[in-house]
Design a protein around this ligand. Structure first.
Ligand code: 0WE
Length: 254
């Protein structure tokens, strides 16, 4: 489904990462991929990426403009253009995900918004010229239902995800005339590195298993399949949307 397409994936930290589930799915569908990683997980990511045919990885800190510039220069050198951008990055300081939302510090708010939201705007701006060279492209980011419902302790990440979903709509409007689509996948809770450190996460998974229409949790591979659809030509008329991959959990009131 993605034969001849070239993609750049941000957000792999280890084999449980949603970005890795997406990367594997896109590669299986025939895409040629580049991955970026945070310096501290370089060995892990290089090992994972070495299992894919014709893929490569390099470090990129999305808080550093120079590193983002370099990343896109490198992709332009290696690929000549870009069809697919995957943004699977989020962070809020641990203390902001513990107490009450009302106690969110200015600094935690700034960090959460900078890493989890501004990074998408920045990457989209850098990707756009490379996508235009290919006659268009598709950008996918990851969100969570905590953007419009309150989940205890999700706190400032909920506000960041609301801003991220709005960002998807504004980017879709700006980039649509260049045939660049921008969409988000809202996944159910998945036990990634970020999620494992959250007290009460097993309880959330159990609640989803008991409540969601499909009576089970979400796997990163399932998110990968939805991402494959969104970046494929099957979704050529789909932009600015949030597509749920959550066992149907979001439809329930109780
Ligand atoms: O978006 C997320 C996780 C985002 C996240 C997680 C962490 C944990 C470690 C962002 N920053 C950090 N910072 C850390 O220091 N999810 C959808 C998973 C998640 O995170 C939660 C959840 C769910 C679900 C946090 C509190 C409550 C529920």
């Amino acid at each position: 489904m993605l034969q001849g397409k070239q993609g750049l994936v941000f957000g792999v930290a280890n084999r449980r990462s949603i970005a890795w589930g997406i990367g594997q799915a896109l590669a299986n569908a025939g895409a040629r991929l580049a991955f970026t990683y945070q310096d501290r997980v370089g060995d892990t990511v290089n090992e994972l990426v070495s299992t894919l045919p014709d893929a490569f990885a390099f470090p990129c800190d999305v808080l550093d403009d120079a590193q983002v510039d370099e990343a896109f220069e490198r992709v332009e050198r290696e690929f000549g253009g870009l069809d697919i951008l995957v943004h699977s990055i989020a962070f809020a300081p641990r203390e902001a995900l513990e107490g009450l939302f009302v106690d969110t510090s200015r600094d935690a708010f700034r960090t959460a918004m900078d890493i989890s939201v501004y990074s998408l705007i920045h990457l989209a701006r850098k990707a756009a010229p490379l996508m235009e060279k290919r006659g268009g492209g598709s950008i996918v980011t990851m969100t969570y239902l905590g953007s419009d419902r309150v989940f205890p302790k999700y706190n400032v990440m909920g506000v960041a995800k609301a801003a991220l979903e709005s960002t998807v709509r504004y980017l879709a409007s700006d980039l649509g005339p260049h045939n660049i689509r921008v969409n988000a996948i809202s996944a159910g809770p998945i036990r990634t590195l970020a999620a494992r450190s959250i007290h009460g996460f097993p309880k959330m998974e159990e609640h989803v298993r008991e409540t969601a229409p499909l009576r089970r949790n979400t796997e990163a591979a399932e998110v990968g399949d939805v991402a494959t659809f969104l970046v494929s030509d099957l979704a050529r008329n789909v932009t600015g949307t949030v597509l749920f991959c959550d066992s149907g959990y979001h439809v329930m009131g109780m």
